[in-house]
Design a protein around this ligand. Structure first.
Ligand code: PCP
Length: 389
């Protein structure tokens, strides 16, 4: 192998799993238990420390994984805000047909949900500011489209992957690297070349921290690009930062005196939730990478919760798990009532545990990425701001 990555075919065939599932299937076949039918539930465990909600993501890929298999699949819509110990998916069918998919299914949902949730926390801390995801250089390139998709679903305003239009259908966003300026050896020449060569519809955002003081570089960029300058980016190295807020305030003051309050100020490099909260009143936008690429993990597990015995579904689970497949009724954002399949809710009406696959066939349209993102943003407006980490 040149790259140690699984192919789509390997994943779909169930090959990318844990060995104990392969052995379990062998035993089930040897003892003629293939027809044991179960309902399996995927639910969250405890959420990370300061999280009071998470963004459920990865459903589209999970459904692609299970499509065509003799299974019924129920799930919350992608982008739904969830809590701890919360059911997100129910899969009904022969355990024999589900078994080896537990590993890739949980892998998809946990990774997507962890990234989307972290992205959503950043967005919730600065709803009216632009937040871009610059984190691809922190992960294996094989999953770059997945990371950009998860971050965008989480409500971010842009993602940097150059391939995004053809993979996830999102126009990529970005500014310029320090390398461009170093190649020219001169900031003004580099900014001018960028303006000359790059497509007109791309905003002219000059990187202003390479050689000189950020305020003076901003003024040079203004002089070089005039009306075309739409913003500046400060990726000031941490070792030189001092008070980033003061630097931004000084730039803003100077821009105002020059009659250019419209020039936006973007900050990137090591932006944590706390840093974003500290700078959100002065900066117009942020580029966030590592914190989203390496988010706090959202725990999920998959368990048998019902078994079909003589044609009847009976609640059945290991100790420590709530038996019974569950519907999730919603009264409002994060206000839910959980009931066993067939039970009536007392307060809430809207059942968000929706059937997506019937005997492996997709029975409803999958929402477009922008619809999922809008759904997340709508809910984020209704939850309190998270305590920054
Ligand atoms: C910035 C920084 C990180 C990116 C943003 C994300 O990139 O150096 O690589 O930061 P984070 O992971 O700390 O959140 P650029 O300034 O474009 O990097 P370069 O020096 O290559 O120009």
């Amino acid at each position: 192998m040149r790259f140690y990555i699984a192919s789509e075919e390997d994943i779909l065939s169930g090959k990318i799993t844990d060995i104990y599932f392969i052995r379990t299937k062998k035993i089930i076949a040897a003892k003629h238990l293939e027809n044991v039918r179960v309902r399996m539930e995927i639910h969250t465990g405890s959420l990370p420390g300061k999280y009071s909600w998470a963004v459920y993501a990865g459903l589209e890929e999970a459904l692609k994984l299970l499509e065509g298999k003799p299974l019924d699949v129920y799930s919350l819509p992608e982008g739904t805000l969830i809590k701890d110990n919360f059911p997100v998916m129910v899969i009904e069918g022969r355990y024999y047909d589900i078994c080896e998919y537990e590993t890739p299914l949980l892998g998809i949902l946990r990774h997507y949900t962890s990234v989307a949730s972290r992205a959503a926390r950043f967005k919730r801390l600065a709803m009216d500011k632009v937040i871009l995801y610059f984190g691809l250089r922190g992960a294996h390139p094989a999953i770059a489209p997945m990371l950009d998709r998860a971050a965008y679903i989480g409500g971010l305003d842009g993602v940097s992957g150059a391939f995004n239009e053809e993979t996830i259908g999102v126009k990529p966003s970005g500014t310029m690297p320090h390398a461009l300026i170093l190649v020219f050896g001169d900031e003004v020449e580099a900014w001018k070349a960028y303006d000359e060569v790059v497509e007109e519809n791309v905003p002219r955002i000059a990187l202003v921290d390479t050689f000189n003081d950020e305020r003076f570089a901003t003024m040079s960029a203004l002089e070089a690009l005039g009306d075309k300058l739409s913003g500046v980016r400060l990726d000031t190295p941490r070792s030189r930062r001092g008070s980033m807020k003061s630097i931004i305030q000084e730039i803003k003051w100077t821009l105002r005196l020059a009659g250019r309050e419209d020039v936006k100020i973007f900050v990137s490099g090591g932006i944590s939730e706390k840093a974003l909260k500290e700078l959100r009143d002065v900066a117009d936008g942020f580029g966030v990478g590592t914190s989203i690429t390496y988010p706090f993990p959202i725990d999920m597990s998959m368990d048998i919760v019902e078994k079909e015995i003589n044609g009847e579904w009976l609640p059945y689970s290991k100790r420590g798990k709530y038996p019974g497949a569950k519907n999730v009724f919603r009264c409002g954002t994060l206000d839910y009532e959980i009931r066993r399949f067939g039970e009536q809710p007392e307060r809430c009406v809207e059942n968000v545990m929706i059937k997506w696959l019937e005997n492996g066939q997709l029975i409803r349209d999958l929402p477009a990425i922008d619809q999922i993102r809008e759904y997340v943003l709508k809910q984020l407006k209704e939850v309190p701001e998270p305590e920054p980490i």
